[in-house]
Each structure stands twice: as C-alpha cells, then as structure tokens.
Ligand binder design. Structure first.
Ligand code: ATP
Ligand code: MG
Length: 272
C-alpha cells in the first residue's frame, strides 16, 4: 500500500458487525492473556479490522518498514497504543520474528509512555506496556517461528492473536504445546444482509454513482451483489470498480441488476 492508498483506506474504513466482533475478540485475548486464533477466507476484512483495532494506520508512520515510515508522530489522541500488529515476512526465521516483534513492542511502549525518544511529548507517569500482539498472515510461520512466539507469550504475559486462513486451527493442532495455550477461536464472516447494504451505499457515495442509493437501496441490487461477491469485502470493492466503469462507458445513470451482471463478467474470479 502506498502512503496515499493507506491514508485513503483509513478514510474509508467502514465499521461493520464483524469489525466489532473482532475488536471484542481482541479484548478477550488481552484480558485473559490467552492465545486466540482468528481465521477467515481471503478478502473478508481481517487485516483491515486488525489495523483499525491496533491504530496501525497512525502508528505505521513511525513504526512501519520503509516506505511507510515517515517519522511523523501520530496525534496523541489517536491512541491508546497497547497493541502490536506484526506481519511476518514471507521468509521468516525465529530470529527475525523475535527481533521484529521485540523492536515494535519497544517502540509502541516508548510511544505510549511518551519517553525521551519523543522529546516533544509529555511523559506519561503511568505507562502500560503493550499487552496484545496480533500476528497477521500467521500461515507464513513454520514450527520454529511459532515456538518463538510461544516463548514470547510465556515470558511477556501478554495476549497473542494469530490471524490466518481457514485451516490454521487444524495446522496448529499439530503443535501440542502451542495449541494447549489457545483459549479462543474466532471465524471472521463475510458481509450479509443490512451490513452488505450499508457497504453498498457507502461504495455508491464514494464512487459518486448517480443517483447514490439512499435509505431504501434496491433489494434486488443488494441481492445481486451479494450473490456475485458472497459478501466478500475485497470482491465488493472490485465489483464496484467495474460497476463504475460499466456505467461510465454505457452512460447508465442508475445502478441496476443489469449493471451488476455486466460488471460481473469482467471480474477475474470465479463467483457463485
Ligand atoms: N472495514 C472495512 N472498510 C472498508 N473497506 C474494507 C473493510 N474491510 C475490508 N475492506 C476492503 O476489503 C479489502 C480486503 O480486506 P483485507 O485485506 O482486510 O482482507 P483479509 O481478510 O485480510 O484478506 P487476506 O486473507 O487476503 O489477507 C481491503 O483492501 C479493503 O478494500
Ligand atoms: Mg489480510
């Protein structure tokens, strides 16, 4: 994601029921100091929810790898910063996992504490260290890296949340010591019903589709989009890019089921 794209993604974040459920799940792992697993199919919104929960769009300007790191401090009221969001590289080793998580944990703590590293900040007299580490793309971790995380979890007395694809739970079940520490499992669900309608209305406004669908969004259009995308956030986004193109090329002014059918033809994925 470029800086601009990240900023615009942050602007466009839509709070959904799944997002709220994800946040509650994080809170449970934090409070109980458990290991939690969150799994869901690609594109449902796992990473976006995690970034929102951890305030990562704000923190990335300080903590993220180049080119996200710009050095500008996030506004204090964008906190509290008590969560580390870590995405392991495609190639990772126990050493890189430990180094990167420790580094980010320390930086988030410094930021929350307002330490001298951030000279222009008021020092927080009662700083709380980050007590939840979220690991996105956990499917990339091999046994040794998982062991490293288990060690971190045992030493730091923190909650640990692994995000991955369906099947993650089964794979981890093979590692008895790790899975015996798993307290909660959460399946991230696609959009449906009123939630999907809300996202569709939002997309219409964003893309300035005329006339924007208002309170009574045409149920047939919502159903058609639901069928094409299965409520998958990424597919809804992609479908709307196509919808915008189809409407512009054909000079359509209203979003109808025919427009959805045209747009679907150009989607480069198999849909149900
Ligand atoms: N809450 C949201 N608000 C706005 N857009 C969202 C939201 N959640 C997801 N999206 C859109 O859907 C896309 C996919 O979301 P995300 O990357 O979080 O999925 P994911 O479940 O992490 O997928 P993967 O398993 O492939 O990593 C995002 O790039 C964004 O465009
Ligand atoms: Mg993701």
């Amino acid at each position: 994601m470029t800086d601009e794209a990240a900023a615009s993604a942050a602007d466009q974040f839509i709070i959904t029921r799944e997002d709220r459920r994800f946040a509650e799940f994080c809170e449970s792992c934090r409070r109980a100091r458990y290991i939690g697993l969150c799994y869901g199919v690609p594109g449902v919104g796992k990473t976006m929810s995690a970034r929102e929960y951890a305030h990562w769009n704000e923190l990335e300007s300080v903590l993220g790898p180049a080119p996200y790191r710009r050095g500008g401090l996030p506004p204090r009221d964008s906190g509290p910063w008590q969560t580390v969001l870590y995405t392991p590289g495609v190639v990772n080793t126990p050493r890189t996992v430990q180094r990167d998580v420790d580094h980010m944990w320390g930086r988030v703590f410094s930021l929350a504490a307002g330490s001298s590293w951030y000279a222009d900040r008021e020092v927080n007299p009662d700083p709380r260290p980050p007590d939840l580490v979220i690991v996105d793309e956990a499917d990339r971790l091999k046994t040794a890296s998982l062991e490293q995380l288990r060690d971190l979890y045992d030493r730091r007395n923190i909650g640990l949340l692994l995000i991955g694809m369906p099947g993650l739970q089964k794979r981890l079940a093979r590692y008895a010591q790790f899975s015996s520490r798993v307290g909660f499992v959460h399946q991230y669900q696609p959009l449906s019903g009123r939630e999907l309608q809300h996202v569709i209305e939002h997309e219409c406004v964003q893309l300035r589709l005329q006339p924007p669908l208002a309170d009574n969004t045409d149920a047939a259009v919502v159903n058609a989009i639901g069928r094409v995308t299965g409520g998958n956030f990424r597919l809804v986004d992609r479908l709307f890019v196509e919808i915008q193109r189809v409407m512009a090329v054909n000079n359509f002014s209203t979003l109808t089921t025919e427009v959805v059918a045209f747009a679907r033809e150009s989607l480069a994925v198999e849909t149900t």
